[in-house]
Each structure stands twice: as structure tokens, then as C-alpha cells.
Design a protein. Structure first.
Length: 579
């Protein structure tokens, strides 16, 4: 970013609007066709409000109203706002997974920004894949951009007990299967657990990702912590609209903000929050778009230095609304100063250090210092990167969500090749499985599923639940919801569908997990594995839709971020011709 302020005449939108030829006439004419006066748009920066609103996405259901708040800010600052819908990749309705469509959203955002007369963008999203997907597209286009997070839903309670979306769904489902709550209790939970608009109120993938992006400098400071239903949320959206106009004149682009140090700042926030394992994939993908080679091992190294300091479900005991009232992300970052690169620029034009310098903390139990963490670092870092002959390119697990007794464990593998097979057999009394077994689901990865669904929080057999068992070692080349818990090893790479070692594992093999040593191995001789490898054939899968075919052909593995192989950055892409 240069220190010189840009003029309106130099903005890309003026190639459409300022020309005196026939095409310029047509652009101005068609804009006036929509009822705008010439004075309302001509000679002003054009701000694209890319909106992931959808009536089938409760996380984003309020974003139509937030777009109006953004517009207020844009008009106030002298810009011309245009709202443009983009793909709403909101959990839970999209099958097999919104992860399949993250890259499609990224492509759409990039091309929408490129093909329209837009000078700067406000991105409205927040559910799990919308944050990285929208940022990936904006990073590739590299126009001035602010991310406006959808915000977490309000706190939930059931019979006086805090209930976190997703986290308690799984816990109470196990209690229902074990006969400890009634079917009517289950209906009551369904009706009352999620109380408002917004993303999950736990430190699931949604709040993990918006917090990471906040720490990286791509939101207004602390925007990720504001609850969706709070009046501070539309005020924040309006402030995004006002600020983006200034960013356009300053020419403050993602490339000036998203340095390697900024990504590492995001990683520090990720670990201190006890964030979702999914963030490892998304951070690598976003960094790749920015031309930065961020690796799983680097994230694992940050996890070994930064303990969990936010007491939030599923690792802790509180919910996002309480985190906000305790001071939110700025308060947490202020306690993590020694881990952060404080000189990194953010979207408000100030450095990260300046933004958090006087950030107050109102509850030192919810937002703790590294010296008094929620979980001692030696016991349970947020992320463990495992390698071994089952995962030569890496696998991940959320240590704080696991049963400590299972962190070193050897057990007999019980292997399933599809969720359909698993659910058909998991409660079969003839299934040979006990509390020492290692439950495995494969062919759930980027190519295999396709799209790497959140299938990795594998179900515990009903007869084990009845005995009081609430955790098993579980292994999957798919993902797990960030709201869930358990000793789940995920993102096994290479995945089974491309011939990774997981494809060679058989029921009855011994599997050894050693989290302190960061190892995941099957205790099978190399000679036997070579014999199985020679016999292995990839499973025949239905072709799926046109986009699914493109996805399977070009998606990278989990340790590389699951972006498409042809979309690394930065890329040389020309501006559209205007004739």
C-alpha cells in the first residue's frame, strides 16, 4: 500500500462509469434504470456487499438486515453500495457437506469481484465454510476487503444447564441411546437448545474461523465475538460499510495485511481458543491463496507453545455470549501479546498491537492468561499433528476434547467403508467391539466422500453406552464438527480413496495411538502392507454432478488445504476488457 491517497478517477469502477463512449453511457443508463439518480453513484467508489444470506441457513438468516446496515455506512462515507448474493454454504442442511462447496464459493467470490465494477468489498458470512471460502476468493482478487462476521447465537439452556449447539446435541443423543433421557426430553431439546439467529454458540468451526480472521486483521477489531442478536452487531456492520470506503481510497488490500506473521497471529488465536480441527485445513488453504506456504507442522508447533486460555465449550465450560461479555477476542489477544507479531496491519489501518493495547478483560476465569490456562499445555494442546504408517502426510486431533486415558492406546481395529455400513452394523450385538477397540471409518476424505464430510465423530455402540462408555479411539479420513468432542483422529492423509495406507487397514489389525509422541501406526509388517497394496483397488463411486467431478479431479489432500490444484496464488489474472 502506498502512502498516497487514491482519487476517484483512478478507481477500477470508473472504467465502467466514467467513460464517455457508448459503453459508459449503457452502464450509467442501466444503473439509473433501477431508480438511482446519477448523483447517487457517479464519481463514487463502488462497494460490493457479497451476502451469503439464505432462508435455509439459520447462521445467515439475519444477513439481509445486516446488508442494510452496511449500506448505511457506505452511503454515509460517500460510497455507492451494491448488494450481490453469493452461495450460502451454511451447515447443517447442505449434503454431503458444505466443505464440498467451499471452493465453489471461493471461485464465485473471486469472479463476482473481477467481473463487476467493484472497488472494495464487505463479505457477509460466518458459518463454517463461508468464512474461508469468501476470504479465499477475496485474497485471490486482492481488492480492499473487510469480513463482517455473522456472529454467534445467544446462549442456550435446558433445565438450568448450559447447552451449546452441536456439543450437547451429541452428548444428549448418547444419553437418549443409553436410556438416560426420554424421547420427550429429546423433543424439548430440539425446540429450545438454539435460541436465536447466528452461528454455533460454542467454539466450533464458525467462531474458530471468524476469530482467526479477526486476529489476522481482516475484520474490525473484536467483530468476531459480537453475538448475532446483539444491537452491537448491526452497528459493527455499519462501521464496516463506512470503513471500506476509506480502505478503497487508501488502497489497503488483503495482500498488505495477510503476511506470514498475520497467519501465525491467527494460529495463536486458534490455539488459545481451543478451536476446531477444521481450521487447520482452512488456514492452509487461505495462506496458499496469499502465496504463503503454511504447513500442518507449523500449526502443530504453535499448538505446543500456546495453551487453551478461553474457557469455552467444547474444551471449556462457557458459551460465546459469555466470552463476549468477558471482553471477547481483543481481551484474549491482549493476554497473548508475547506470542503475537504486534506490528501487523489490520483493516482499520492500525496495527494489531494498537488495537489491543487497552483491551479490558472483565472476567479472568473465562479469558485466562497463559500462566493460568484452561488446560495445562503439557496435558492437552489444542491441536496435535500425528504421523506414522497410517498417516504419512499427517492427521490431526483436538487433544483437549479427548479422554486423557486414551491418549496412549493400542487396540483392535473395527473398520467400516461407509457411513451406511457403519450405522447398519454399529449396534449389531454380533459386532466384535468393546471399549478397547479402535473404530475406523474410511473413504470419507476429499475425493472419497466426496468433500470430506464431518463424519469423524463416529457413534459409540449402544451396548457400550449402556455400560457407561462415552469415548473410544476413533479414526477417519473425514472431518469432525468443531462443536463435537472425543478421542477422534481426523484428516488422515493421504486418504483411503487415493490409496493412502488407511485403505490397507483391516478389521482385527492392531492400531497404536501415541499422542505424546505424535504417532499413529498400524502394527502390520511392511511386507504384509505391500501385499495388500498390490491387491487394493479404488472403490467404484457414482459420478455425481458436474462440479463434483471437477472437485474430485482437482482437490488437494487435507494437509494441503483441500483447495483446487489450479487455484494457488498469487496468480496473474488480467482485468476484464470493457468494450
Amino acid at each position: 500500500m502506498s502512502g498516497k491517497r487514491r482519487t476517484v478517477d483512478s478507481l477500477r469502477s470508473q472504467r465502467w462509469y466514467a467513460a464517455t463512449d457508448m459503453r459508459g453511457f449503457a452502464h450509467r443508463q442501466r444503473t439509473q434504470q433501477m431508480g438511482l439518480r446519477r448523483e447517487e453513484f457517479l464519481g463514487k467508489p463502488v462497494i460490493g456487499i457479497l451476502n451469503a444470506w439464505s432462508e435455509i441457513s439459520p447462521c445467515h438468516a439475519h444477513l439481509r438486515e445486516r446488508a442494510e446496515a452496511v449500506k448505511r455506512g457506505v452511503w454515509q462515507a460517500g460510497g455507492y453500495p451494491v448488494e450481490i448474493p453469493v452461495l450460502s454454504v451454511g451447515e447443517v442442511m447442505v449434503k454431503p457437506t458444505t466443505m464440498l462447496y467451499r471452493n465453489l464459493l471461493a471461485m464465485e467470490v473471486e469472479e463476482v469481484l473481477r467481473s463487476h465494477p467493484i472497488d472494495g468489498a464487505v463479505l457477509l458470512g460466518g458459518c463454517d465454510k463461508s468464512t474461508p471460502g469468501m476470504l479465499m476468493g477475496a485474497i485471490s482478487m486482492d481488492l480492499p476487503t473487510i469480513f463482517c462476521p455473522a456472529g454467534p447465537m445467544s446462549n442456550g439452556q435446558w433445565r438450568g444447564v448450559k447447552t451449546g449447539a452441536g456439543t450437547h446435541t451429541r452428548k444428549y443423543w448418547d444419553e437418549l441411546k443409553a436410556g438416560r433421557i426420554s424421547p420427550q426430553d429429546w423433543v424439548d431439546l430440539e425446540t429450545g437448545m438454539t435460541r436465536s439467529i447466528g452461528t454455533c454458540n460454542t467454539m466450533g468451526t464458525a467462531s474458530t474461523m471468524t476469530s482467526i480472521v479477526d486476529a489476522m486483521g481482516m475484520t474490525l477489531p473484536g467483530a468476531s465475538s459480537i453475538p448475532a442478536a446483539d444491537s452491537a452487531h448491526p452497528r459493527m456492520a455499519s462501521a464496516c460499510g463506512a470503513r471500506i470506503v476509506e480502505m478503497v481510497f487508501e488502497d489497503l488490500k488483503p495482500s498488505a495485511i495477510l503476511t506470514r506473521e498475520a497467519f501465525l497471529n491467527g494460529a495463536v488465536a486458534y490455539m488459545a481458543l481451543g478451536g476446531s480441527t477444521n481450521a487447520a485445513i482452512h488456514m492452509i488453504a487461505m495462506a496458499r491463496r496469499a502465496g504463503i506456504d503454511l504447513t500442518l507442522d507449523e500449526l502443530g508447533e504453535v499448538a505446543l507453545r500456546v495453551p487453551v486460555c478461553a474457557d469455552i465449550f467444547p474444551t471449556g465450560q462457557h458459551l460465546m455470549e459469555e466470552f463476549y461479555f468477558a471482553g471477547g477476542l481483543p481481551a484474549l489477544l491482549a493476554k497473548l501479546k508475547n506470542f503475537l507479531a504486534l506490528g501487523e496491519r489490520t483493516v482499520n489501518g492500525r496495527t494489531l498491537g494498537e488495537n489491543i493495547e487497552n483491551a479490558p478483560c472483565w472476567n479472568d476465569e473465562i479469558i485466562r492468561s497463559p500462566e493460568k490456562p484452561v488446560v495445562p499445555l503439557a496435558e492437552a494442546p489444542t491441536l496435535a499433528v500425528l504421523r506414522g504408517n497410517l498417516a504419512p502426510s499427517g492427521a490431526v486431533m483436538k487433544v483437549g476434547a479427548a479422554d486423557p486415558a486414551l491418549l496412549r492406546h493400542t487396540g483392535r481395529a473395527v473398520v467400516f467403508d461407509s457411513p451406511r455400513e457403519m450405522f447398519a452394523r454399529i449396534d449389531d450385538p454380533d459386532l466384535e467391539i468393546d471399549e478397547t477397540s479402535v473404530l475406523v471409518l474410511r473413504y470419507a476424505g476429499p475425493v472419497g466422500a466426496p468433500g470430506m464430510p464431518e463424519w469423524g465423530n463416529l457413534p459409540i455402540p449402544q451396548r457400550l453406552l449402556a455400560k457407561g462408555v462415552r469415548d473410544l479411539v476413533r479414526i477417519c479420513d473425514g472431518r469432525m464438527s468443531g462443536t463435537h468432542y472425543g478421542t477422534c483422529i481426523l484428516h488422515v492423509s493421504p486418504e483411503a480413496a487415493v490409496g493412502g495406507p488407511l485403505a490397507l487397514l483391516r478389521t482385527g489389525d492392531q492400531v497404536r495411538l501415541d499422542v505424546p509422541a505424535r504417532r499413529l501406526d498400524m502394527l502390520v509388517s511392511e511386507e504384509e502392507l505391500e501385499r495388500r497394496r498390490a491387491e487394493w483397488k479404488p472403490p467404484v463411486r457414482p459420478a455425481g454432478g458436474a462440479y463434483t467431478g471437477l472437485y474430485r479431479e482437482h482437490v488437494l489432500q487435507a494437509d494441503q488445504g483441500c483447495d483446487f490444484d489450479f487455484l494457488g496464488g498469487p496468480r496473474e489474472v488480467s482485468e476484464p476488457d470493457i468494450f
